[in-house]
Ligand binder design. Structure first.
Ligand SMILES: *[C@@H]1O[C@H](CO)[C@@H](O)[C@H](O)[C@H]1NC(C)=O
Ligand SMILES: *[C@@H]1O[C@H](CO)[C@@H](O)[C@H](O)[C@H]1NC(C)=O
Ligand SMILES: *[C@@H]1O[C@H](CO)[C@@H](O)[C@H](O)[C@H]1NC(C)=O
Ligand SMILES: *[C@@H]1O[C@H](CO)[C@@H](O)[C@H](O)[C@H]1NC(C)=O
Ligand SMILES: *[C@@H]1O[C@H](CO)[C@@H](O)[C@H](O)[C@H]1NC(C)=O
Ligand SMILES: *[C@@H]1O[C@H](CO)[C@@H](O)[C@H](O)[C@H]1NC(C)=O
Ligand SMILES: *[C@@H]1O[C@H](CO)[C@@H](O)[C@H](O)[C@H]1NC(C)=O
Ligand SMILES: *[C@@H]1O[C@H](CO)[C@@H](O)[C@H](O)[C@H]1NC(C)=O
Ligand SMILES: *[C@@H]1O[C@H](CO)[C@@H](O)[C@H](O)[C@H]1NC(C)=O
Ligand SMILES: *[C@@H]1O[C@H](CO)[C@@H](O)[C@H](O)[C@H]1NC(C)=O
Ligand SMILES: [Ca+2]
Length: 572
């Protein structure tokens, strides 16, 4: 903020006001001692770093979960603060504080996790411990003072061994590190800029989605607006379903095992049958829940010597398909977890391994639930789910559907989930939305004015789309900028509230402009962002995008949002 160019004696009061503001803004040096002076005793400064415009922030060597260094930053002060949370636990958080003149006067907390769409074999980041500098950097691109916490442990995704006999660390992961970091970050921001942020936002996907929902359930005052993608909200069921799902396809010596080499053939058959059932043959399954799929079309005919070459399945393998595409229902017809969607096959190798279920399932049981590393996943049964529900280690599950306090304080919630997500069943987001609806509608609290949920046809977990589908998936959701570059924020070329979900959330929160639709973008090459391949509207659930029948199917303007059923009709 350069104020020296202003005429010094324009108004007798003006120089006084300006000099005060300047003094406050610049008197707070980006040094450990300046931050230490304002922190409570249980918090300490790990480091500070002052970066000029267009810098690269070198991620500290220890952050093994988020090693990628963000580039092309605004001028800012980076600070990491360590916080003692109990006698046996601590967490850290990072803050990027744009220079006062670069600050948009708003706070953004970003979440952890996020299958950033880089690799099919990169597992769901449920427990990743580390500061998510890259998502913070995307926030800085808008001018936010951006914060991320390491949730109190240091691990890559898929590694839950840190949780063994560590109940306090589990609580940090469950909710305490996020809330504690939010509270302290707001204090630091207020001291640094000598004013409170006008609005506080949250953006997170996967575990990040869970963190956002958990936070507004426990602390409705924390955020004015929350963007929650593919939330891993149902910890006690999601992790145990992950074991159950993996076991459907094991052991690999059994007749019912489907080798991952056959997944592409299954995906191709699903696409063939379901693509047109949504009304438009375009390689995108826009309504997998409405598709009538006939798996027996995949049966091997006659003597097959090489199944992979034929791309066909045995009757026993078809049985496994039925398990995968059906809800997990256990004793007494108890619904445990929804099924993977038709169209999710490209991500199946993550959870449907060839020798064990994903570690996010069985390590959750071993280290998070039972504190017994010797537990054998082949002994899994429903009693494990019941135990998880009973113990709820770390109180991680975000299943308080009474979001009325958040609604009453004026909060806005924007949730989304990819329909080709192979890591967290899309139906779990639908279930969450419906549970909130069932909790609040009977009290006369409609959802449409403050909570909207968008399904994203063809999008995988948080980001990305299979190469043969090429569905528009980019709308600046959590982790998405990081998936296409290290210096990216918003939607390059379309930085507006229609194409950018975070800007949409801000317009809704600050101007009351509810998102009637979002427009998702697919470039020919997303990392180059060379030219737009197609754009499509995403519609507030349960509306669905419908092609109007005229003009290019790749232009969002030729599509509308249509109700399948109108849950809010009585209020409109
Ligand atoms: C802060 O926490 C990080 C991560 O646990 C650790 O590497 C660092 O040594 C800590 N710094 C201080 C000053 O406690
Ligand atoms: C920003 O830095 C990059 C290298 O990281 C450089 O290529 C580019 O020219 C710089 N832009 C400006 C405006 O300085
Ligand atoms: C995290 O753990 C790895 C080893 O697993 C270590 O190399 C790294 O320094 C640790 N980071 C921090 C911040 O403690
Ligand atoms: C399949 O193979 C068996 C033995 O190799 C043979 O007896 C049978 O006729 C074959 N069936 C068909 C339909 O080719
Ligand atoms: C079966 O077919 C696949 C795909 O065509 C090929 O890669 C593989 O080598 C074949 N296996 C055998 C045993 O011939
Ligand atoms: C299932 O229902 C029966 C009969 O109501 C009951 O006795 C039993 O405890 C139930 N089992 C579980 C696991 O809830
Ligand atoms: C099959 O599973 C066993 C462990 O049960 C594993 O050692 C082996 O590598 C697996 N084979 C394949 C082809 O994945
Ligand atoms: C389920 O697993 C538990 C723990 O391994 C075991 O005690 C119990 O007998 C099992 N129940 C059934 C119905 O198999
Ligand atoms: C978990 O939540 C329950 C219910 O809200 C509460 O009674 C309990 O104290 C919480 N436990 C922890 C460790 O926060
Ligand atoms: C996009 O462009 C980059 C850089 O040229 C290239 O490495 C990558 O393979 C391209 N991706 C696709 C899907 O063509
Ligand atoms: Ca279609």
């Amino acid at each position: 903020m350069k104020l020296t160019a202003l005429p010094p004696l324009l108004h007798p009061l003006l120089p006084l006001f300006i000099s005060t503001a300047t003094a406050t803004a610049t008197s707070f040096a980006c040094t450990p001692s300046a931050f230490t002076a304002i922190l409570p005793p249980h918090a300490s400064v790990a480091f500070t770093q002052s970066l000029p415009a267009n810098s690269t922030f070198q991620v500290p060597a220890g952050d093994i979960a988020y090693p990628t260094s963000p580039t092309q930053l605004r001028a800012l002060c980076a600070v990491q603060i360590n916080v003692t949370s109990s006698a046996s636990s601590a967490f850290s958080f990072g803050l990027f504080l744009p220079e006062p003149g670069e600050w948009n006067e708003r706070f953004l907390a970003v979440g952890n996790g996020g299958f950033a769409g880089e690799s099919l074999h990169c597992p769901l980041s449920l427990t990743k411990g580390g500061i998510n500098w890259l998502d913070m950097a995307a926030g800085v691109g808008y001018g936010f003072a951006a914060m991320s916490t390491d949730t109190g442990h240091n691990s890559t995704s898929g590694d839950i061994t840190w949780a063994l006999n560590a109940p306090e660390k589990k609580i940090d992961f469950g909710y305490r590190a996020m809330h504690g970091s939010v509270v302290l970050a707001k204090q630091v921001i207020e001291a640094y800029y000598a004013c409170q942020p006008k609005y506080s936002y949250y953006s997170g996907c996967s575990t990040g989605g869970r963190q956002g929902l958990k936070d507004i359930q426990l602390y409705p005052e924390d955020f004015d607006g929350v963007l929650a993608g593919a939330p891993a909200w149902w910890t006690s069921h999601l992790q145990t379903w992950t074991v159950k799902l993996g076991l459907y396809n094991l052991p690999n010596t059994s007749a019912h095992h489907i080798p991952p080499a056959l997944f592409p053939a299954i995906g191709a058959e699903v696409l063939k049958q379901c693509d047109g059932q949504d009304g438009l043959v375009d390689n995108i399954i826009s309504d997998p829940q409405g598709c009538d799929f006939f798996p027996e079309a995949l049966l091997c005919k006659g003597n097959v010597t090489n199944q992979t070459a034929q791309g066909c399945l045995t009757a026993a393998q078809i049985g496994t398909l039925y398990h995968i595409y059906n809800d997990y229902v256990d004793t007494n017809q108890t619904f445990v977890f929804p099924h993977l969607e038709l169209g999710s096959e490209a991500q199946w190798p993550v959870l449907l391994g060839s020798y064990e279920p994903n570690s996010l399932g069985f390590e959750y049981v071993q280290y998070f639930l039972l504190n017994d590393p010797s537990w054998d996943f082949y002994t899994f049964n429903y009693s494990i789910v019941e135990l998880a529900d009973k113990l709820q280690p770390g109180n991680a599950t975000a299943d308080d559907f009474d979001l009325e306090p958040f609604y009453r304080r004026g909060g806005k919630l924007l949730q989304y989930h990819g329909l080709a997500d192979g890591l967290i069943a899309t139906g779990s987001s639908v279930y969450f939305y419906k549970e909130v609806l069932k909790t609040l509608l009977p009290r006369g609290v409609e959802l449409d004015s403050w909570y909207r949920f968008f399904l994203v046809p063809g999008m995988q977990h948080c980001a990305g789309t299979p190469a043969d589908v090429n569905a528009p998936w980019y709308f600046a959701g959590a982790n998405q900028a990081a998936a296409i570059g290290t210096g990216v924020h918003s939607v390059p070329g379309f930085a507006d509230a229609e194409h950018d979900a975070l800007l949409a959330l801000m317009a809704w929160t600050e101007q009351g402009a509810a998102p009637e639709r979002l427009v998702a973008t697919k470039w020919h090459n997303d990392t180059l962002r060379d030219s737009v391949l197609r754009q499509r509207p995403l519609c507030p659930y349960p509306r669905q995008a419908r092609y109007g029948g005229r003009g290019s199917v790749d232009e969002a303007g030729n599509w509308g949002c249509e109700y399948i059923y109108n849950v809010n009709a009585q209020y409109e």
